[in-house]
Design a protein around this ligand. Structure first.
Ligand SMILES: *[C@@H]1O[C@H](CO)[C@@H](O)[C@H](O)[C@H]1NC(C)=O
Ligand SMILES: *[C@@H]1O[C@H](CO)[C@@H](O)[C@H](O)[C@H]1NC(C)=O
Ligand SMILES: *[C@@H]1O[C@H](CO)[C@@H](O)[C@H](O)[C@H]1NC(C)=O
Ligand SMILES: *[C@@H]1O[C@H](CO)[C@@H](O)[C@H](O)[C@H]1NC(C)=O
Length: 468
């Protein structure tokens, strides 16, 4: 092979952007759980320590994102998403769902959904992320024949998807609506590129495209969901997303998957998170549209979705109580305007409280556990030898009072967590003040959550999440 041709091929492999005209037929792929190849390894303690570490990095990412938003808002006063989505008519069924499960067995504190992307459909395991507006998949922009992949994750083959349509860098969409898009635009038709940088050094670079996903409707039929904005990540570095094929963006944004899917499915989505340490075959669903399982008695608790820190879901907090005692936490901690606020985030594991709230809660909980021998478990502040306690100590009852008398009463295992046999720790981490507090996925577990974006309401109720 002449060296010029070899060079050209190599260039195509790394920078090539070929879209093969594949057929429109979708192969018969069924939406069901598939074992993730990543090995678990490590002890429960190592797992929980890893959750703590990645939460810390995520908290910095959330902080940076909110700061960016504050600056941007001041600069040009971004209008809220129109929520009209594209003009595609809604399919006959009014909801669809995807299997959802804990990623603990692959060593992460995330929850994963099975997702079918492209035409014909290719299947992926994505991190369900309410804190992200972008949906992206690991992707190789390569012509057929160049090989990619690695570490058990899958690459999206954009070159064999007939519905993959790069968004041009000259478009208004690229210039104004897409997060983290770059201003570089070599030719008007060049794809709109992004560079997501996380403060832990993790990055994801790629290009934006319009794509279709395959969904399984409530009537059992398959349908294509069109007009999605999907990032095709060609380069990612860092550990943030190493166990998954990408991210399903459920943030409050016109371009997120949640924004697009709810625009066509009655303005709402819901999920139930199984216990994060459940066996790998335990699964539930992420549902778009009305979810019969979200409604029956007892009636769900309900609070307002504040939605003023896009793409995050902010909720009002009236206070936190421990065994009925309302703790003295300065109200400013829950005030978004004062640099505080509370968000519900599926991508954070532990509960993260801004310093004044952390001090009050940790002190109240630890006071009730006084007398139980402490053990030191890095990086937690409060850990106990539960074996020495003789197993008869009652766990304190913590309640988060959300605005509108909506009490979130998590099971005690969601905030006094088992980190090893006979060892429990307060599963709460401290964030600097000023800063947001985060209701992570462990505090959300074993509840059904319905995000009613249309009416700006958040509903929840206890549930074992048995295939709901
Ligand atoms: C959104 O949809 C409604 C009707 O469904 C229509 O009246 C309105 O003009 C649309 N808004 C935009 C911005 O397209
Ligand atoms: C696979 O994982 C290793 C270590 O975690 C990392 O150094 C390497 O870059 C990963 N490779 C790919 C293709 O993601
Ligand atoms: C999961 O697997 C366990 C055995 O490993 C079994 O007892 C249980 O019934 C399974 N649960 C489901 C929902 O399939
Ligand atoms: C907990 O206490 C028991 C005695 O009650 C002791 O045998 C065990 O080693 C202690 N565990 C830890 C982790 O300190």
């Amino acid at each position: 092979m002449p060296p010029q041709l070899l060079l050209l091929l190599l260039l195509l492999c790394y920078h090539g952007f070929l879209i093969a005209a594949a057929g429109e037929h979708s192969s018969p792929v069924r939406l069901e759980l598939v074992r993730h190849p990543a090995p678990s390894g490590g002890s429960r303690l190592e797992h929980v320590q890893e959750l703590f570490r990645s939460d810390r990095l995520r908290q910095r990412m959330i902080h940076d994102r909110i700061q960016r938003g504050r600056h941007r808002r001041r600069a040009c006063d971004v209008s809220p998403p129109s929520k009209n989505g594209s003009s595609v008519p809604a399919p006959a069924a009014d909801s669809f769902k995807m299997p959802l499960k804990s990623g603990a067995y692959s060593g992460t504190g995330q929850y994963f959904v099975r997702f079918l992307l492209g035409t014909p459909a290719q299947r992926f395991l994505l991190v369900m992320d309410t804190g992200s507006d972008l949906t992206w998949v690991k992707c190789r922009l390569r012509p057929p024949g160049c090989r990619g992949g690695g570490n058990g994750t899958r690459d999206f083959r954009s070159d064999v998807s007939s519905s993959f349509k790069p968004i041009p860098c000259s478009s208004d969409m690229c210039k104004t609506s897409l997060p983290f898009s770059l201003t570089t635009c070599p030719t008007p038709a060049s794809p709109c590129a992004y560079d997501y940088g996380y403060s832990d050094g993790s990055t994801a670079q790629g290009v934006f495209a319009n794509e279709k996903a395959t969904i399984i409707l409530s009537n059992g039929r398959r349908a294509k969901l069109r007009g999605l904005v999907v990032g095709c990540t060609s380069t990612s570095a860092g550990s943030s997303f190493s166990a998954a094929d990408g991210v399903l963006g459920l943030g409050y944004s016109d371009i997120s998957f949640a924004g697009r899917a709810t625009a066509r499915f009655k303005g709402r989505f819901s999920y139930c998170l199984v216990d994060h340490l459940s066996p790998r075959n335990a699964s539930s669903f992420l549902t778009f549209g009305p979810n019969a399982a979200a409604l029956p008695s007892p009636p769900p608790r309900e609070t307002a979705l504040v939605l003023d820190l896009e793409p995050f879901y902010t909720v009002g907090v009236d206070g936190i109580s421990v065994d009925g005692e309302l703790l003295a936490i300065p109200r400013i901690v829950w005030d978004v305007g004062a640099g505080g606020g509370a968000i519900l985030d599926s991508g954070t594991s532990l509960t993260v409280l801004a310093e004044p709230a952390y001090r009050a809660v940790a002190s109240a909980l630890s006071r009730r556990l006084e007398g139980i021998p402490r053990v030191s478990v890095d990086p937690f502040d409060y850990c106990y030898n539960w074996t020495a306690a003789g197993g008869q100590r009652k766990l304190p009852r913590m309640v988060v009072h959300l605005a509108g008398s909506a009490a979130l009463e998590p099971p005690a295992k969601s905030y006094v967590i088992d980190v090893a046999d006979g060892v429990k720790c307060l599963g709460i981490a401290m964030a600097p003040w000023p800063g947001v507090s985060t209701i992570g996925n462990i505090l959300q577990q074993e509840h059904m959550w319905e995000f009613d974006l249309k009416n700006r309401r958040l509903r929840f109720r206890r549930s074992r999440c048995r295939r709901e």
